[in-house]
Write a protein that binds this ligand. Structure first.
Ligand code: ADP
Length: 397
């Protein structure tokens, strides 16, 4: 069976086509600026040249139509006919408390995705738009939702409720959910393989360090804690998000800067983090470059970024009562040699010893701990699309 994986953002649509007989990727691509003048579709078919199409697409249904045309194009397509696509997997950011696993999408599932609009206003509406566009164009195949929150649903109440009046949990579902679950799931399973241990007996700390960043502590196959919370704002320092701060800073700055709730939301989500602190960029590469050139604020931003991660490693080792391995993944985790080095420096007391020579590597699955390190340090490139394709295939066989 061939499976189409779709990930819709507010103005973007990413896709991949998998042949599930060998899990190979037949093609992938990105439609950018959906609904904004200047739409582009970049299509990357396996073994053929990339194709760039520039044509304005007013909405996700039009963008999806264009993608389907590209997939069957005799010259650069990857399938002969649309009927070869047996199922479609959709990335959905928020599944609330309803979904601990992936599910075949029906009206009830769509209602839950809609009910979670409040909790993920930037993500769930475009995710649902993508689902509805695909259902309109491919009404006869299974559509499966794979949730970013699902893997974290194993957390115990003691690790997911906030110390607020309990009513806000029962009434408004204010609690820790966590995100990037598909990535934490994938790399933690790979880590168990590399450890040569049964997944259900491992203690794993996963570090998904991309533009957004989160960590998870996984014990006996279950997430026991994760750094993102009700929303992706909590936890680590990110490209433009502050991560953990004293909540009183919000009221203080709302008053000082005259911000309303919407403006404050944008301030802490879009103007903070590496960008706000360094004044250089939200992209870690730019911040590293500026720090190398002697920019003091960039250096400070990197120290704050790494210290937040170190803090969570300590917390999670305490919660797990030890740890078999750390797993670095996503753009920064897979590629930023100096950042990994900085994070793992002076952690030998916790059994973490990095081999600096082995660590000089990018984007490769490898153990970069010293021989005598009690804790293994893995770099594992993530593959969220493959998890979505597998779940979709398994629910559609
Ligand atoms: P997302 O999927 O969350 O948008 P990615 O996982 O692609 O993000 O990660 C993006 C981040 O990875 C950016 O901050 C970028 O600077 C960083 N990154 C990518 N390549 C490198 C590299 N070679 N060295 C350092 N950082 C890198």
């Amino acid at each position: 069976m061939k499976v189409l994986v779709v990930n819709c953002g507010s103005s973007s649509l990413k896709y991949q086509v998998f042949d599930m007989t060998d899990e190979s990727v037949l093609a992938k691509g990105l439609v950018d600026r959906v609904g904004i003048p200047g739409t582009t579709l970049k299509h990357e078919p396996a073994g053929k040249d990339d194709v760039l199409i520039k044509e304005d697409m007013p909405d996700h249904t039009e963008a999806m139509k264009m993608v389907l045309n590209v997939l069957v194009n005799p010259e650069y397509g990857c399938i002969g006919d649309m009927s070869e696509i047996g199922a479609v997997g959709h990335r959905v950011v928020h599944g609330g408390e309803e979904f601990a696993y992936s599910v075949v999408i029906d009206d009830k599932v769509k209602k839950v995705i809609r009910d979670c609009f409040d909790l993920a206003p930037l993500h769930n509406p475009p995710n649902l738009m993508g689902i509805e566009a695909c259902q309109t164009l491919m009404p006869n195949v299974n559509h499966v939702a794979v949730f970013d929150t699902a893997f974290h649903q194993t957390m115990a109440p003691a690790n997911f409720v906030y110390a607020l009046p309990y009513d806000v949990y029962t009434q408004y579902k204010v609690r820790r959910y966590g995100f990037h679950g598909t990535s934490h799931f994938y790399v933690s399973h790979r880590a168990a393989k590399l450890l040569g241990k049964y997944y259900g007996f491992c203690k794993i700390i996963t570090l998904h360090l991309g533009n957004g960043a989160s960590m998870a502590a996984i014990k006996d196959g279950k997430v026991i804690s994760t750094s993102m919370g009700l929303t992706p704002l909590e936890g680590l320092v990110m490209g433009t998000r502050s991560g953990d701060i004293d909540p009183a800073i919000v009221f203080f700055l709302m008053e000082k800067l005259g911000m309303d709730a919407n403006e404050a939301n944008s301030y802490f989500n879009k103007k903070s983090g590496l960008l706000g602190l360094s004044g250089v960029s939200n992209d870690l590469r730019d911040v590293l470059e500026a720090a190398d050139a002697g920019n003091e604020r960039a250096k400070l931003a990197l120290d704050v970024y790494c210290n937040a991660i170190k803090g969570y490693i300590g917390k999670y080792i305490a919660m797990l009562n030890g740890c078999d391995c750390l797993v670095f993944t996503a753009g920064v985790g897979e590629n930023a040699i100096d950042v990994r080095e900085h994070i793992c420096k002076d952690m030998d007391n916790l059994g973490i010893k990095m081999d600096s020579k082995k660590n000089k590597v990018r984007g490769k699955e490898i153990d970069v701990a010293t021989e005598d390190s009690k804790v293994r340090i893995f770099i594992i490139p993530t593959n969220e699309e493959l998890v979505i394709a597998r779940d979709t295939f398994n629910l559609s066989k």
